[in-house]
Design a protein around this ligand. Structure first.
Ligand SMILES: NC(=O)c1ccc[n+]([C@@H]2O[C@H](COP(=O)([O-])OP(=O)(O)OC[C@H]3O[C@@H](n4cnc5c(N)ncnc54)[C@H](O)[C@@H]3O)[C@@H](O)[C@H]2O)c1
Length: 353
């Protein structure tokens, strides 16, 4: 794209709309919130006033925003059931796309999205913000260099007690509108429970560390804390990779673990573990682990920086549609495993199960 600034339209001005708008503002002047669309005008205006000095255009829906030729890209922050339509329409309108997780709710929709992106050539990035965590970036570099040798086991953890459902309050200050928890309580809109929602992060993190194809998943799920949803609030997934390596995803809205690790990897020469502030690795024979610490970063801002680099500098996308589809396949496989009490094979084509 021959331009210096990506003019983005944010679609969905709720919790993530606000967080992403902050991220775009932090990326000025390379990024600018030029328009906001939401069924709640109050919410759209709140973002325009707070993160675009009142200059962003306010639109009542996605169609009018997509018809605006001054918009280069869209940032989709809508409830889950609206992702597919928004992506397909944005691709038809030739707008570059950053889309919140989950990509969509079915593998059939994933296949339609993949075809539409291939046909239109539109750039797509999944909003896999935690890929930009410094400890994860460094861990992936160490694994790529073979520091741990052959990897045997990878654990990815995404667990925290979700009290939002109890209070019904919106997670951050934002304009008037439907609560972020209300559509999540409706399975037709959320498409699942915690595993599809927050577990999405644990899943793409596992796949990023593994750098291998998952071939089988076995899962258990339960509901322990969140009474307001008719779905699981906790899931444990065991994943077999093509190389024989084992992956585990522990994900929950019911609790967090005292250790605070987001990932642990163990292999031939040693092991490592990381979270938002620390990465430790210990090789066989070392008396102490090596440790790196970092200031916490706003991963949402970094994912937007990356999206801008993709658009302005032609950098390769760190979270492609194919990677997002693989995440969906694994999660769908996990739900089938829970339902049928068995291990589920994951075909090579990620749009099939
Ligand atoms: N990456 C993360 O850490 C993270 C965290 C929270 C949410 N999310 C994701 O962000 C997305 C949005 O979640 P949220 O928590 O911000 O939800 P939210 O309910 O706070 O925001 C959704 C917004 O969409 C608006 N909306 C609904 N229907 C619309 C329509 N037809 N047209 C235009 N606007 C419409 C609502 O009014 C609301 O303002 C979801 O995909 C969710 O999974 C990601």
């Amino acid at each position: 794209m021959a331009m210096d600034t990506v003019r983005v339209g944010i679609i969905g001005a709720g919790w993530m709309g606000v967080v992403h708008a902050q991220g775009w503002q932090s990326n000025a002047p390379r990024g600018e919130v030029a328009a906001v669309a939401d069924v709640s005008e109050d919410r759209a205006r709140h973002i325009a006033d707070r993160f675009a000095s009142g200059r962003a255009k306010i639109y009542p829906d996605l169609d009018v925003l997509l018809a605006d030729p001054s918009i280069d890209a869209v940032d989709i922050c809508l409830p889950h059931h609206l992702h597919t339509e928004a992506i397909l329409k944005a691709a038809a309108a030739k707008k570059a796309i950053l889309c919140e997780k989950p990509l969509c709710l079915s593998l059939e929709d994933a296949a339609r999205i993949r075809s539409a992106l291939a046909e239109t050539g539109v750039i797509f990035q999944a909003a896999h913000n935690q890929l930009f965590q410094p400890s994860l970036i460094e861990a992936r570099r160490l694994l790529e260099e073979g520091v741990l040798g052959r990897i045997f086991v990878i654990r990815s953890i995404e667990a925290g007690q979700n009290r939002g459902f109890k209070t019904g309050r919106a997670p951050v200050e934002m304009g008037q509108g439907e609560s972020s928890w209300s559509w999540r309580s409706d399975p037709r809109k959320s498409g699942g429970g915690e595993v599809l929602d927050t577990g999405w992060h644990g899943t793409y993190r596992l796949l990023a560390l593994a750098n291998d194809r998952p071939v089988e998943v076995t899962a258990m799920a339960g509901r322990y804390f969140v009474e307001q949803i008719d779905a699981e609030d906790t899931g444990f997934l065991l994943v077999r990779f093509a190389s024989g390596m084992i992956g585990e995803i522990a994900t929950s809205w019911a609790f967090s673990f005292a250790s605070g690790w987001q990932f642990e990897v163990a292999g031939e020469h040693g092991s490592l573990a990381g979270n938002a502030r620390r990465l430790v690795h210990q090789l066989a024979g070392w008396s102490q682990p090596a440790e790196r610490t970092n200031e916490p970063v706003v991963t949402y801002t970094r994912e937007i920086t990356h999206f801008i680099d993709v658009l302005l500098r032609g950098e390769p996308v760190a979270a492609s549609v194919d990677q997002a589809i693989r995440v969906l396949q694994l999660i769908k496989g996990a739900y089938r495993s829970v339902e049928e009490h068995r291990a589920v094979s994951l075909p090579e084509d990620p749009t099939r199960l």
